[in-house]
Design a protein around this ligand. Structure first.
Ligand code: SF4
Ligand code: SF4
Length: 159
């Protein structure tokens, strides 16, 4: 690579990773540190099949909980590991709550699959962190066509 063309800033790195066909969520995490992540309390009740660790939740009366750290002016989910815009992962990925599973931004086979509303939510969070917007479609020339797959498990969180 031409050294002058190498990415230098974090937003450039994120865009560069996406262009290579890498899931941009792995170098983002903006939505986990932008929205309040709230859900019905039973999602953290093991007796009812809930898988969200109660210790990482806060009460949101009367019937809801939210991820700890997301109900404040500068939110950051307590389960988010790493540095936003650099390298992140969810510490409770398998047991994350429904808004995270249903956020609607899906990366598969080097293709971003998302509806316009979901993408707008994603890009609003990214903009708040100074990250460039993502667009729907293949990031690599050899990637298969973008086909929305609403039933897929999303890779990241929500409001
Ligand atoms: S869904 Fe969007 S905002 Fe959330 S981690 Fe992925 S790229 Fe970032
Ligand atoms: S995916 Fe959900 S639970 Fe995991 S870090 Fe992001 S907001 Fe928190």
């Amino acid at each position: 690579m031409d050294p002058d063309a190498a990415p230098r800033t974090m937003p450039q790195l994120v865009a560069f990773a996406a262009a290579l066909g890498e899931n941009p969520c792995l170098r983002c995490g903006a939505c986990c540190a932008h929205y309040r992540v709230s859900f019905y309390w039973a999602e953290a009740d093991e007796a009812q099949g809930g898988a969200v660790p109660p210790a990482l939740t806060e009460e949101l009366p009367p019937f809801r909980l939210c991820m700890q750290g997301t109900n404040c002016r500068q939110p950051r989910c307590a389960a988010l590991l790493g540095e936003v815009g650099r390298e992140v992962r969810c510490a409770i990925y398998a047991g994350r709550p429904s808004p995270c599973r249903e956020f609607g931004v899906i990366w598969r086979d080097g293709v971003l699959r998302s509806g316009p509303e979901e993408l707008a939510r994603c890009n609003a969070a990214r903009a708040a962190w100074g990250l460039p917007p993502l667009t729907i479609g293949p990031a690599r020339p050899d990637a298969p066509p973008n086909v929305p797959t609403p039933g897929d498990a999303p890779l990241a969180p929500a409001a």
